[in-house]
Design a protein around this ligand. Structure first.
Ligand SMILES: Nc1ncnc2c1ncn2[C@@H]1O[C@H](COP(=O)(O)OP(=O)(O)OP(=O)(O)O)[C@@H](O)[C@H]1O
Ligand SMILES: [Mg+2]
Length: 443
């Protein structure tokens, strides 16, 4: 393993027997025992884990390969995302890296102090108090009591569970447990931080704190592996991502490319769609024939930088002439919130009857309007007066808005998480009033 490589995964496979659930070493005591069994010098610097050969050889039908021959290296200081559908093997991979479960084949090497936060068992012993667990976690990572002590207040402060510090962790709510676990994992200065979907738990404010903290970790040169279904978080935090499908890596590249591919192919959301005369939404009056998301160069796109304008385009046929029609697009975010409707305002057609023929209507969404994330676009057409809907095609194409943290965005100097479906860049004016001001003596 090269000096600058933090994690090296070589030919890792993992099999499960269907119907049997393998017991994970979820609690800290069992993983502590495994750790102690390993030579200590090995543990601190160089974690070379397990090489298991498949004893049975033959594949039987009740064997499930959760991971198949997975190999990759992560250089020190890289923040890498892992994406994929439910059951793709993401959590299994992280559990192997965190040595909660051994691989069936292959090897994993990790250089440096690892701290992990996985969806199952947050690495706490249920009978011990929050305080005791924090110290135990630190010890496991090879820190002294004093080192943990110096970080203790920060951890408690971040977690917000100060009132429950002397309560056994088994009495914590799942949200409280995750809060404390994330605080420990992020503050004990691991060289490698492994985080699985913790953002799904906890409230919005805490999720934001976690993302900011992970961003800090990346900027401090720590190696971070991050599994999430929160794709905007993956594109913002990670420089690189891998896409897992049925236990195999099917793509390894920049986080932007991998997320765009995942959305387009795996989730069947692409930036364009065409219909034939047979299957196009519509009726005897008009029919939808194509939809496209475009950039200013006229190319079809799947992703768009947050500062760039994007075009929503629909192509439709009008069979029955002489009608005044209303053309519109709807934009929904990933949570299903309708962000806006936009209605055709081109003077040429406003209130005018249409001829028989094909139309291409484009609405330009300015840069710095939509926030980060995936937006689903629908196309709609009606005759006005009396109102008659010809097609009402919701969520047909999608675009992923990404933020590469370049200048000129609505962020100003802020680089943390920036929630909300829209992120308009507004005209700000701040006046300075030159007068002497002083703080009153009030506490
Ligand atoms: N302990 C276990 N025993 C048996 N089968 C398991 C075990 N853990 C995972 N599996 C199986 O391995 C496959 C991969 O699961 P894994 O949890 O790694 O998926 P994932 O990518 O994390 O999915 P999700 O997005 O839903 O979290 C699944 O088919 C799952 O049912
Ligand atoms: Mg998982």
């Amino acid at each position: 393993m090269r000096e600058e490589t933090a994690i090296s995964v070589q030919g890792v496979s993992k099999q499960f027997r269907i119907g049997e659930f393998e017991e994970d070493a979820e609690n800290i005591v069992s993983s502590l025992i495994r750790t102690i069994k390993r030579p200590l010098t090995n543990y601190r610097k160089y974690r070379s884990l397990y090489r298991f050969d498949d004893k049975s050889g033959a594949e039987s039908s009740d064997i499930l390969w959760a991971l198949r021959d997975v190999s990759f290296d992560v250089p020190r200081g890289q923040v890498m995302g892992i994406v994929g559908m439910n059951g793709a093997g993401k959590s299994t991979l992280l559990k192997i890296l965190a040595s909660i479960t051994p691989p069936s084949r292959g090897r994993v090497e990790i250089k440096g102090r690892v701290s992990s936060l996985l969806e199952v068992g947050t690495g706490f012993h249920p009978e011990l108090t929050g305080r005791e667990n924090v110290f135990l976690n630190g010890t496991m990572m090879g820190m002294t009591r004093q080192e943990v002590g110096r970080k203790f207040d920060e951890i408690v402060d971040f977690s917000g569970v100060d009132k429950f510090l002397d309560t056994p962790v088994k009495r914590y709510s799942s949200g409280m447990r995750v809060r404390l676990a994330f605080a420990v994992a992020a503050h004990l200065e691991p060289e490698v931080l492994i985080v699985d979907e913790v953002l799904a738990v906890g409230d919005a404010a805490f999720q934001r704190k976690c993302l900011d903290k992970m961003e800090d970790a990346g900027q401090d040169g720590r190696t971070v592996l991050f599994v999430s279904h929160n794709l905007p978080a993956v594109t913002r935090l990670c420089s690189r991502a891998i896409l897992l499908k049925e236990g195999q890596i099917i793509m390894d590249g920049t986080a932007n490319d991998v997320v765009a591919h995942y959305l387009a192919v795996e989730r069947d959301l692409s930036g364009s769609k065409t219909w034939t005369e047979e299957d196009g939404p519509g009726d005897g009056i008009a029919q939808l024939r194509a939809m496209r998301i475009k950039n200013t160069a006229g190319e079809t796109i799947e992703t768009c930088e947050i500062r760039e304008p994007l075009g929503l385009e629909m192509e439709f046929d009008v069979f029955d002439p002489g009608r005044v029609m209303m053309v519109s697009f709807t934009v929904f975010d990933e949570q299903g919130t309708q962000v806006f409707i936009t209605v055709e305002t081109d003077e040429k057609w406003l209130g005018k009857p249409r001829e028989n023929g094909r139309y291409v209507a484009t609405a330009w969404v300015p840069g710095n309007l939509l926030g980060e994330g995936t937006f689903n676009i629908g196309a709609h057409l009606s005759t006005m007066n009396p109102l008659e809907m010809h097609y009402n095609a919701h969520q047909q194409v999608a675009v992923q808005i990404i933020d590469n943290l370049g200048p000129g965005s609505a962020r100003g100097i802020y680089i943390g998480s920036f929630p909300g479906p829209v992120r308009p860049k507004l005209d700000w004016e701040t006046q300075f009033l030159p007068q002497s001001v002083s703080r009153s003596a009030a506490s």
